[in-house]
Design a protein around this ligand. Structure first.
Ligand code: ZN
Length: 155
């Protein structure tokens, strides 16, 4: 398999005021999670918070019983910070990770991750992925979830 390269086209040449920041998402100097939640309304939704050549950070809300489409990544490890609710990660190989507010979950490349809100409240997780963030669908080997959606996509 060919190695994957990234290109960093914009480089700072010295100390620089943060003029690259946006007034709002993505890449605001400060994001208040409570304001995003109020703007986005009831789940499910996702909001890109930070995006550059090396990171894609997304705030994701799920309703009880909701979650993602199970998938795996070829060239990056993904991790999340749980900000609210109770979530479960079903992973390749029979591993289940339970997480709640303030927990950090890390999943290495290749492991299918099927994320479910197993609580009774809206869940919030901050997902940290790396561009180009290609997603490869794979049915959940644990719960059998599958669907007819796209087999590959880029987030
Ligand atoms: Zn993923």
């Amino acid at each position: 398999m060919d190695p994957v390269s990234i290109v960093i086209s914009r480089q700072a040449t010295g100390p620089t005021p943060p003029t690259a920041a946006n007034a709002g998402a993505p890449n605001a100097l400060r994001t208040r999670v409570s304001e995003v939640v109020a703007q986005m309304g009831p789940p499910p939704w996702s909001k890109r918070i930070i995006a550059d050549e090396r990171q894609l950070v997304t705030l994701i809300a799920s309703a009880p019983g909701g979650g993602n489409r199970p998938h795996w990544h070829r060239e990056f490890d993904e991790w999340w910070v749980v900000l609210a609710g109770r979530l479960q990660w079903e992973l390749t190989g029979g591993v289940v990770v339970h997480a709640a507010k303030d927990d950090i979950v890390w999943v290495p490349r290749g492991a299918v991750h099927h994320i479910l809100n197993v609580g009774t409240e809206m869940s919030l997780r901050l997902a940290v992925a790396m561009p180009p963030a290609n997603h490869y669908f794979s049915p959940c080997e644990q719960c059998g979830y599958t669907d007819d959606g796209p087999r590959e996509w880029c987030a």
